[in-house]
Every structure is written in C-alpha cells, then in structure tokens.
Design a protein around this ligand. Structure first.
Ligand code: FMN
Length: 490
C-alpha cells in the first residue's frame, strides 16, 4: 500500500511549475488563451465555452469581469482541448503529432516514476481562509454550464481528495461537485470508483468521511484526477512523476487531507452517513442527460480556502469533443495499444480513441497485417481489453498506411477496404454504463457493439488496386523544391 508520507519542509515554495498561473503564463506566451470580459455566469460563460469545445484546437478561455463579482475572480475552461496545450503541459515539443502524444503515454505507463508530495507550512491557497458563517461557495463565480443543468457545478476540472481509513492511502479523482448552498456541496462518484469505495468504508463504521475538493490547480494535477490510477496508488505520487517534481501540499486545517499549496480554490468538510441531497442533472460526456436527478452524498463544508483573485477551473462534459474526452482519449489510446501488445497482438502501428466518441465509444487500431486473421484478432481484443471495453461502440481496424487519428483517411479505408460480409462482427452483452443512451435498460447497463475490419482483405493483399497518390519519394522531392507553395504543416 502506498501511504502518503509527505516530507515536511520549513522552506517556502520556490514557485514551482505546478502553479496554474505559471501554466497560464506559458499558454499566453504560446498564444493559446482567449480573454473574455463581462460574460455572465447563468448562461453566457457555459454558452461561450460550448462554442470553443465544438472543435479541437480552439484556445483555452479565461473569463474576467463577471457581472456581480470583483474583477480578478476568474473562470478558466477549455484547457486541454489541443494537442499543443497537452504537449506543453507535459513538457513535450509543442508541435508533436497526435500519435507522438499517444507514444508518450505508452512510455509513461511503462516507465513513470513516483515522486511523493512534500508538505509546506503554508501556501498561496491559504491567502483567504473562511470558517463557519463566513463560508460562501458563491463568492466564486460558479457557472451553470449548460441550460438544462440542475444547478451550479463548482467541481468539473477538480480533484476530490480522500483518505482510506484502513491504510491511510490518499486517493484523488475528478468527480463532479455541485454547489448547493453557501456551505453545502455534493459529490457524485459512480459505483466502484475509488471515492465511492472510501466513503463506504467510513459509513460502514458509522463515521463521517473527510473530503477535500480542489477547484483550480495546474492541469497536470487535473489530468491525473481523471485517469484510472490503480487502487492503492497515491495520485499525488503519480502527479509528481508527471511533473518531475514533488507536488507541494498543505494539510487541510480540519481534515488533515493534503491540498495543493498553490491551488486557487479548495474546501474541506465531511460526508455524513445517509446524508444525501438532490443532485444533477449535469450534461454528461456522452452528450446527453442520461443520469438525471438523483440523491448523492452531501458535503458539509468546514473550511473554504482561496487565493486572492481566484481562478475556477472548468473541464466541462457535454456533446463531445470536450476536455474530458480529448485528453483522456490520447491516454486511452496508449493504454489500449499497450494492452494489445501485452495480449500478444504483433505489429500494432497506432491506436486512436476519437474525442467525438467521448474517448470511449470509438477506437481505431492501425496494424501491419502479418497473417490471415490478424486484423480480426486486433479488433476483437481492442474491443474487450480493460482499457477499451468500457462503453465502447465501434472498433475499426485499418492498415498501417492509414493514420488512425486522421478521420478522413479512416473513413476512406472503411468505404473502400471493408467487406460487410466478412469484416463485421456484432458483439452483444458487453460492459457499458447507464450513461450510455443505447445501453439495454436502466437496470441492465450492457450494450452491443461492432468491430469493423477495414484492412485490405488478406487474400487480396497482392492484387488489391494500388492507391492513386504520390510515392514517398515524389512527396519528398516536392517538399524539398516547393515547400513555399505547400499548405502549412505539409
Ligand atoms: C471532467 C471529468 C469529470 C468527471 N466526472 C465524474 C463524475 O462525476 N463521477 C465519476 O464517478 N467519475 C467522473 N469522471 C471520471 C473519473 O474522474 C475517473 O474515472 C477517475 O479515474 C476516477 O478516479 P478513481 O480512479 O480514483 O476512482 C470524470 C472525469 C473527468 C475528466
């Protein structure tokens, strides 16, 4: 078990790169931030974010001068919806391609170091500390993100921190957090998620569960919150490994839970046994409201902390692509690729989990066909391996001349190399979720899915028509001589 053992230090922070403001400065320098002044939080902030999320590659959006709030109380959203911003966040070359990013995650999963957090005596998040009647979540301009949402969600781009009462293991995850009242929030952890399991352990003993919610921090810390880090592994250690430096934390005054010292906004409190509250709905990552209004655990807040001029971080689920689906799709692609390899599928050349499928519903696998049946094997395993199985609908297998992240080429391969008589498998009774609008029934969250073999048929591999495109040699010659007339990025 990986217990948190923070090293106490007396030193003040040397302003590490894990500060959201350092990230913003980096993105500003790269021309990746749009500033919006004067949008209101009831409909306009969410509406503007939605426009930006409709296409991957749009800038992050920073809202200020929000009516009813002091200048400087800001909201930042659409953070990780570009390969460039993800690369910059991870310290990769900014112009790296989608598939280079997937390869980065593949290496990261195999080689990542754990770097434990370090505890500071104080931190910027403690610039404002409110207790008792002074607590007011609505001092922060929490938006209603979509018109049909049931309320105001302070926690979307967030980390929810809890401690296992048996082992002391610290878990943090991105679970949505609704602000209900000045000092009351709720948290929605799906069944089986680590946050749900930890709460249950306290409640089975009749004890309240301590909880801390962090709603503005460096996007690398957020990335780890949204990824399925194994049970018992401290996400702070993983985030430290990703950042290449220990995450600096302070201890929550009432719960003793570790909270990033440079966080913009955080609050802590307790979830009491059987203390449930109406929660939702919130537009979901599938693009629908399938979960509806339900009872979820209430958080009774005891301390609220925030920096001067705090920045609320939003990562808004909705009709994909969105923050949730794009960055997680790049990671999932690496995970599926590693699992195909571990299952003995040779010569996988690329995997892409398309953001428009919410990072789960669509997977493309590119292979260099080595033997008859290879493409079918790759598709069926991708559709059922651990990283690919949950809420999938389509797996498409293509030859290695197709970039799986280039949807034009994938569709071309499907249109010209797929034989529906042989190349289509329908799988029934698969692992899905009640959030899947095509799950069998509310009490039977299985689904059906297809695996499509869009590779050139093995038996025709030597006689298949040749493609009408320039050879690599001609491409190279044209690039060398005619670069100035070619489209950007050719
Ligand atoms: C923006 C965003 C919002 C999410 N919202 C929820 C949520 O409300 N409930 C939930 O159970 N999982 C949600 N997830 C997925 C979890 O964060 C993810 O499964 C994570 O691995 C959970 O942490 P755990 O593995 O420690 O349980 C969300 C992910 C992201 C990126």
């Amino acid at each position: 078990m990986n217990k948190i053992e923070p090293r106490a230090t007396g030193r003040a922070s040397n302003v590490p790169k894990q500060d959201l403001r350092a990230w913003l400065a980096q993105m500003e320098a790269a021309g990746e931030v749009k500033h919006v002044s004067g949008a209101e939080r009831e409909e306009e902030i969410g509406g503007i974010v939605d426009f930006h999320q409709r296409k991957i590659g749009n800038p992050a959006v920073l809202f200020d001068d929000i009516p009813g709030y002091p200048r400087g109380h800001r909201v930042l959203a659409n953070i990780l919806t570009s390969v460039k911003r993800i690369n910059l966040t991870l310290g990769n070359p900014p112009d790296g391609s989608e598939m280079e990013l997937v390869r980065y995650w593949r290496r990261y999963m195999k080689e990542a170091k754990s770097i434990p957090p370090v505890t500071l005596p104080t931190g910027a998040v403690l610039e404002n500390v409110k207790e008792g009647n002074d607590i007011d979540l609505f001092k922060i301009p929490v938006p209603k993100w979509h018109e049909h949402d049931g309320g105001y969600y302070i926690g979307t781009g967030c980390m929810v921190v809890m401690r296992d009462p048996d082992s002391g293991w610290i878990n943090y995850g991105a679970y949505r957090v609704q602000a209900h009242d000045k000092n009351v929030a709720s948290v929605m952890c799906s069944k089986g998620k680590h946050g749900d399991m930890i709460q249950k352990k306290y409640h089975q003993r009749g004890q309240p569960c301590p909880i801390a919610v962090v709603c503005g921090m460096h996007p690398a810390l957020f990335m780890i919150a949204g990824l399925e880090i194994p049970y018992g592994k401290n996400e702070y250690d993983v985030a430290g490994g990703l950042l290449g430096e220990p995450v600096e934390v302070i201890m929550g005054p009432k719960t003793g839970l570790p909270i990033p010292a440079h966080a913009e906004i955080a609050f802590e409190g307790f979830i009491h046994p059987n203390d449930l509250i109406d929660e939702g709905p919130l537009g979901e990552w599938t693009g629908y409201y399938a979960g509806g209004l339900k009872k979820e655990p209430a958080i009774r807040i005891e301390t609220m902390m925030y920096r001067d001029n705090p920045i609320l971080l939003g990562a808004i689920p909705g009709i994909p692509p969105d923050d949730d689906s794009f960055y997680r799709g790049t990671y999932r692609s690496g995970a599926v690729w590693n699992q195909l390899e571990a299952a003995g599928v040779p010569d996988v050349k690329g995997v892409w989990s398309h953001a428009a499928g919410g990072s789960r519903l669509w997977l493309t696998v590119a292979i260099k066909q080595m033997y008859a049946g290879h493409s079918k094997q790759a598709g069926l395993i991708a559709s059922q391996c651990h990283a690919g199985a949950y809420v999938n609908r389509f797996v498409v297998v293509v030859d290695d001349d197709i970039d799986p992240a280039d949807m034009d080429k994938v569709i071309w391969a499907m249109c010209t190399r797929f034989d529906p008589r042989e190349g289509l498998e329908t799988l029934r009774g698969c692992w899905s979720s009640a959030l899947d609008p095509m799950a069998y029934a509310p009490d039977d969250p299985r689904n059906a899915r297809v695996v499509i073999d869009a590779c050139r048929p093995w038996s025709r591999r030597d006689t298949f028509p040749i493609e009408a495109r320039p050879s690599k040699e001609l491409d190279a010659r044209i690039r060398a001589k005619w670069a100035s007339v070619l489209p950007k990025g050719s």
